[in-house]
Design a protein around this ligand. Structure first.
Ligand code: HEC
Length: 111
């Protein structure tokens, strides 16, 4: 009898503390794909000084609005306005793709 009661109590404790489905905690680092991660590093190296953290600095903020990938590519390659152009020697196509993938991911977050 006593053992049965203990078993019931123990079972109750296990269910009460059992894993419950939760969303990710606030402040959890995002998970980047390998390409986005490469883009993040390239962004920090080439773009962050004018678009710090994707927000406005010397250049306008680029993380607060959906920018079409094609427009970003033109902006990077041609350097519209006072932004310098990034030539093929500075960033190859795969690197530009990676930066765009990273920026798209960051823009989604702002959603
Ligand atoms: C020397 C400073 C500088 C650097 C470095 C720079 N930018 Fe810019 N960027 C600017 C300025 C200034 C503008 C605004 C151009 C204009 O329209 O006059 C701009 C505009 C942009 C825009 C268009 C924003 C819009 O609202 O349409 C994008 C996208 C962008 N930059 C991405 C990048 C990326 C990606 C890199 C790195 C590969 C980069 N920038 C590096 C200064 C910079």
């Amino acid at each position: 009898m006593r053992t049965a009661l203990l078993a019931v109590l123990a079972l109750g404790a296990v269910t009460a503390c059992g894993p419950s489905r939760r969303g990710p905690a606030f402040g959890t680092p995002r998970e980047f794909t390998a390409q986005e991660q490469e883009g993040r590093v390239l962004f920090m190296r080439n773009c962050n000084m004018c678009h710090p953290g994707g927000s406005g600095g010397l250049g306008p903020s680029i993380n607060n609005k959906p920018l079409p990938s094609a427009a970003m590519r033109v902006q990077i390659r041609q350097g519209v306005g006072s932004m310098p152009a990034f030539t093929d020697e500075m960033l190859n196509d795969a690197q530009v793709d990676a930066i765009i993938a990273y920026l798209n991911e960051m823009q989604e977050e702002k959603g």
